[in-house]
Design a protein around this ligand. Structure first.
Ligand code: PGA
Length: 264
């Protein structure tokens, strides 16, 4: 598809259940030291610490006027209520959270999140003017059974269904093959491109050219500094959702600086 819209890459660090609030402060100070004005001009950067760290990280971002965006890993779809242990999107937005991951495969597989839950969360996140990073992806068994397209496109359709073009334009969708998460096995850049290109085609079909050209599509699954440049060279890959390799600030900084790496 010809492309009139320049999509700014987005590198997101999903820390999962790592780094307490002291560690996250140290991490962010180091990351801010390693990244330059040019890096932030070339690439958006979000960090997604555990909930207990968010207030501390927000305070540091504000005080030092850091260009890093604050992200969360999850939220509930209601503003408030009797939901022991859950976190409201309204509370996240009060803390200047800008990106919220939803439907991560660990939430889907370990905590029973369904496509319907994910759809409600997307609406709630957007209601508070935050950006959802919607995760989709297939298991190894599904891949081997030739069901990748069916699974991923089903998740994408459910996430997009009933939304306006404007709502879809501002979303981020992360394709994360489950077999590649935390395993050291990355999809080849051409495999990742094939699925991510198909996601963009699905957006085109459901919402038209503007949404398809604007929506940012990330790849996730064992991304590291050594493979990011090759992934980012693919036409439809607009960034990465990085787990393990984002835990080290120097490695994550090198991922953000992918444009400086020589592509093999
Ligand atoms: P990984 O995790 O980079 O450790 O594979 C990615 C993710 O779960 O978002």
């Amino acid at each position: 598809m010809s492309n009139d819209v320049v999509r700014k890459p987005l590198m997101s660090g999903n820390w999962k259940m790592h780094h307490n609030h002291f560690e996250s402060i140290q991490y962010l100070q180091k990351l801010a030291y390693l990244l330059t004005k040019e890096d932030f001009a070339a690439c958006d950067v979000s960090v997604h610490p555990p909930f207990t760290d968010i207030r501390s990280v927000q305070t540091l971002i504000d005080a030092d006027e850091l260009k890093v965006s604050l992200g969360a890993q999850h939220c509930h779809w209601d503003d408030k209520g009797a939901f022991t242990g859950e976190v409201s999107p309204a509370f996240l937005s009060k803390l200047n959270v800008q990106y919220v991951i939803c439907g991560h495969s660990e939430r889907r597989e370990l905590f029973g999140e369904t496509d319907a839950d994910v759809a409600k969360k997307i609406s709630a996140i957007q209601k508070y003017k935050m950006t959802p990073i919607v995760c989709v992806g297939e298991t190894l068994a599904e891949r081997e059974a030739g069901l990748t397209t069916q699974k991923v496109m089903g998740q994408v359709r459910s996430a997009l269904d009933g939304r306006s073009s404007e709502q879809i334009e501002s979303m981020v969708i992360a394709y994360e093959p489950i077999w590649a998460i935390g395993t050291g096995r990355t999809a080849t850049s051409s495999d990742a491109q094939a699925v991510i290109g198909a996601i963009r085609a699905q957006v085109l079909e459901m919402s038209g050219v503007k949404a398809a050209q604007s929506v940012r599509l990330q790849y996730g699954g064992s991304v590291k500094a050594a493979n990011i440049a090759e992934l980012m060279a693919q036409p439809d890959i607009d960034g990465a959702l990085v787990g393990g390799a984002s835990l080290d600030s120097a490695e994550f900084a090198r991922i953000v600086q992918f444009r400086l790496h020589r592509t093999p």
